[in-house]
Write a new protein. Structure first.
Length: 148
């Protein structure tokens, strides 16, 4: 197997948490992702294990998201000035990412939060690495402009 499952568990969990915003549901989806991955042993060994994991997780998150009622998130700002600056930066970045189309926001999450290689992202989306690099750069430019 080309992917070490133990190494990917936290990344898949983080990805699922980003999608569903609920720790318990994200853990359940992550476990279901790995169960389904292991059930389909005929898919293993063709070099696309990581893409297959993210595809399963994305589909399960989409199914869960359709069933979830929408909720408003509350932001609490701590008293400490450094923490306040970090929270404000995080809120500004989160707001800028929410303005992106969902596919672009997901690409940024996968690339920078989960550290998924560009080559894997390009295979998931069916484009060349160079095209994926250009797309990510374009998204980052949009975020930079929005944050300024």
């Amino acid at each position: 197997m080309s992917v070490e499952l133990k190494d990917q568990y936290d990344r898949i969990l983080r990805y699922c948490f980003y999608k569903v915003h609920d720790r318990d549901k994200a853990e359940d989806i992550t476990q279901e992702t790995f169960l389904r991955f292991l059930e389909h042993s005929d898919y293993h060994g063709i070099g696309k294990d990581l893409q297959y994991l993210y595809t399963i997780a994305g589909n399960l998150c989409a199914d869960c998201y359709r069933k979830m009622p929408s909720e408003e998130l509350t932001d609490t700002i701590p008293d400490d000035a450094d923490e306040e600056e970090q929270v404000l930066t995080g809120v500004a970045l989160s707001s800028a990412i929410r303005k992106l189309p969902p596919e672009d926001a997901e690409l940024i999450l996968l690339r920078y939060a989960n550290e998924v290689p560009v080559s894997v992202l390009s295979k998931i989306h069916g484009v060349s690495r160079f095209s994926m690099n250009r797309r990510i750069k374009k998204i980052l430019d949009i975020l930079k402009k929005d944050l300024e």
